[in-house]
Design a protein around this ligand. Sequence first.
Ligand code: CA
Length: 235
Amino acid sequence: MGNESRRLLLVEDEQAIRDAVAAYLMRDGYIVTAVEDGQSALDEFRSHQFDLVILDLMLPRVPGEVVIKKIRETSDVPVIMLTAKGDIEDRLIGFELGADDYQTKPFSPRELVSRVRAVLRRVHSDTEPQREIFEFGDLTLDVSAHKVFVKGEEVALTAAEFKLLTTLCRYPGRVYNRMELVTKVLGYDFEGYERTIDSHVKNLRAKIGDDPHNPKWLYTVHGVGYRFEDPTKSN
Ligand code: CA
């Protein structure tokens, strides 16, 4: 696959670095969205799909570690952190928060570009071979294309709803408790977030047209959590 189709989000407050890196990446064929602070990064991330994020740790408005935390709540997009030279602690923080790689400053744009290439290669060699499509009666999930269809009509799901559905449907009949779903779907584990799973399930049901009182796919397991059933198989 050519770089033309790869969209990158570059978050760096130092204009000289931002411009140089963006220029190099674009010359390499990537589509680059460059922003200068953490809040703009989150706004961009919410409204567009990116294949990779390059994220400076020290940023105005919202710091890099908060940005990556927020990103990881809904996405496993590869993230390369930019950190100050020799700052091992920053590097560790980056990995702990889910960065895929880091680049210490100062660096040459060329160095960063080859890192971007390597990370994308790694990520896509892991995920490209299998094209995962699941069918459960009227419900079709194209996991690799990130698409869901009900009776052939595409249904727009949020990242969390999509993750929830794909997590549950991989093992029809298996009961997942809310905590497990919080960890798998939202990527963190605070007790207070269990309720958010309920609202994601509620929204998901509304979107795919599943009646909670007479479900086709998503079953509530009272006092525990949820399970998915394949309506084409007898239970
Ligand atoms: Ca900075």
